[in-house]
Design a protein around this ligand. Structure first.
Ligand code: FAD
Ligand code: DLZ
Length: 510
């Protein structure tokens, strides 16, 4: 008897486990652009274009390879508005023995699919997602009994497991596990950042751009200048472009920000890795190969591999071990609403304007912008975790709950009480000045803290430190901050707190 195989929009690879042992002659693959998935958050228009176009290209490739594919294109009047409705209609038609799918990456949808067998009165087989290097169980086994979960130790396990950047004696290549200290140079325009890898929209992508512009007008961002890859072949070209032109400098300028460059030396590969167009291990292997042939230095290659083998796998493990309760965490008790300028970029803070504007145009901002600019501001201002999480889930082409939530709620907002990170990434304007040239072009003065034109990050930083004394004063990694705060004269402290309170009162005007 035939099986019905569901492939989701972020599972676009013929190696997906749902296809293991499938029968081209009898089984039917279902893929569907549906209202419910396109609308559960305010997805950036470019993310919608990327996914729908990549799904269409992948379905075509499957058909050319001899698979039977039922594909639903998006239309607001579609009878079937959810994946379940599409699957139910196909099941009625095919009368399959069972439904097969690969576990999805979001608790929301996972909870739904786990219940389908009741409504559909059919077995639903949910297979592990073998694209990840660690299984959910591997992560749980590693985490078991540990008082603190630290990415660095998990990352070392992953290095040992894969053998990536390990020498024949089982030692890390280059002698060190981690070259983080060599990843912090400021970029002053030299060497020039490489040209962005571009794929011009083909007819399918253009059709989807028109569809998104017609039916998703109120979604964030723009479809203008869409140049993402939408096939595995082009995504592999994007990987080759990164390895050849950006990886050699990736390590040095990993934490840099620029007033003039959106992409710097970053990979811009996360939208492809997360949707299945690129395999994470293949990406890491391509990077390590560049080191072995002397094309890129160790601080670049190790820094890059750490992000994928370490952080990416680590946050996924945290997500699945702690959901659904994790999404509800708000250990710092934040109550403030997200300022409207997160949606418009209309703020006099130059770094915030630049990060949000890049996000709006590109559905992309690099890690340090997400962590130390838009994230840092939300942390210092005490924004409600669910509002800032929803923003991050909407605005990036690579955003899926399993990776967005731990990064935002855990890493940025410290809302999980330090489960993911040992200390909050709170920083004043000085950090942004050190890592970028934004401050030179800013309305505010980064060298001032209490005056009308002082950089808001400065007073907000001390306000954060002061109001969370009970949360952090005993944290050894924060003790220096508290010593510095306690050393300040009472008048100075009062002026800083007054300035911060005024900023918070007028947050929409910043
Ligand atoms: P590079 O900087 O070139 O890094 C290489 C690769 O490493 C990325 O492609 C990505 O696959 C991986 N990576 C790097 N950092 C992380 C990380 N912290 N967690 C997981 N993977 C990582 N990444 C997402 O894929 N989706 C998200 O929704 C997402 N939300 C984020 C929200 C915040 C607040 C922060 C601080 C980080 C978030 N990240 C997210 C991680 C990271 O910022 C992006 O993966 C990265 O910016 C993608 O751009 P790139 O491909 O140029 O990455
Ligand atoms: C993100 C997304 C969007 C926008 N649209 C679809 C869709 O129409 N059909 C689909 O199968 N998947 C879509 N996705 C991805 C899912 O919403 C979900 O985020 C992932 O499948 C989780 O692994």
């Amino acid at each position: 008897m035939a099986n019905l195989i569901l492939i989701l929009g972020d599972q676009l690879t013929p190696d997906i486990s749902a296809l293991d042992d499938a029968d081209k002659q009898h089984d039917r693959i279902v893929m569907a652009e549906v209202h419910d998935e396109a609308s559960y958050t305010n997805h950036h228009k470019k993310k919608l274009v990327l996914l729908f176009s990549a799904m269409r290209h992948f379905a075509k490739q499957l058909e050319e390879d001899g698979w039977q594919v039922h594909y639903q294109r998006y239309h607001p009047d579609n009878e079937h508005r959810s994946l379940e409705a599409v699957v139910a209609a196909q099941a009625k038609d095919l009368k399959p023995e069972r439904i097969i799918t690969t576990e999805c990456g979001e608790w929301r949808l996972h909870a739904q699919i786990s219940e389908w067998h009741k409504e559909l009165d059919l077995p639903v087989e949910i297979r592990p997602d073998t694209r990840f290097i660690a299984t959910k169980q591997d992560f749980q086994d590693w985490a078991e009994g540990r008082k603190q979960l630290r990415m660095e130790y998990f990352y070392r396990e992953m290095r040992r497991k894969t053998g990536l950047l390990m020498d024949p004696d089982g030692k890390p290549e280059g002698g060190e596990w981690n070259y983080d200290a060599d990843n912090r140079r400021k970029w002053t325009g030299k060497p020039a950042a490489p040209a962005t890898f571009r794929v011009e929209p083909d007819d399918t992508t253009q059709e989807v751009i028109d569809l998104v512009n017609e039916h998703f007008t109120d979604h964030f961002g723009t479809t203008d200048n869409f140049h993402f890859a939408v096939t595995a072949e082009d995504a592999n070209q994007a990987l080759a472009h990164f390895i050849d032109y950006a990886l050699p400098c990736f390590g040095d300028f990993q934490d840099a920000m620029s007033d003039h460059e959106d992409w710097l030396f970053h990979a811009i590969l996360s939208p492809y890795i997360n949707s299945g167009l690129l395999d994470p291990l293949t990406v890491c292997e391509a990077a390590t190969q560049a080191w072995y042939v002397g094309q890129a230095p160790i601080n670049a290659v190790e820094g890059f591999v750490r992000q994928i083998l370490g952080w990416r796998e680590f946050v996924r493990g945290i997500y699945w071990m702690n959901m659904p309760g994790y999404a509800e965490e708000n250990r710092l008790g934040n109550t403030r609403s997200l300022p409207w300028f997160y949606w418009t970029g209309d703020t006099k803070m130059r770094c915030m304007h630049k990060a949000i504007d890049s996000t709006r145009r590109n559905a992309y901002a690099h890690h340090i912008q997400r962590l130390m600019v838009t994230g840092n501001f939300a942390l210092l201002a005490g924004i409600k975790p669910e509002e800032i999480c929803d923003w991050y889930l909407g605005v990036y082409a690579d955003a899926y709950d399993w990776v967005e939530l731990p990064n935002v709620l855990g890493m940025v907002m410290h809302a999980d009480g330090g489960y993911l990170g040992s200390k909050p990434y709170a920083a004043s304007g000085k950090y942004i000045q050190r890592q970028s040239d934004h401050c030179a072009n800013c309305h505010y003065n980064v060298n001032k803290s209490t005056e009308e034109d002082a950089c808001p990050f400065n007073a907000l930083y001390w306000h954060f430190i002061d109001r969370h004394r009970d949360d952090f004063a005993k944290n050894p990694r924060m003790s220096m901050m508290y010593r510095n705060w306690d050393k300040q004269k009472p008048e100075r402290k009062e002026a800083l707190l007054n300035r911060a309170n005024k900023l918070l009162d007028q947050i929409e005007q910043l």
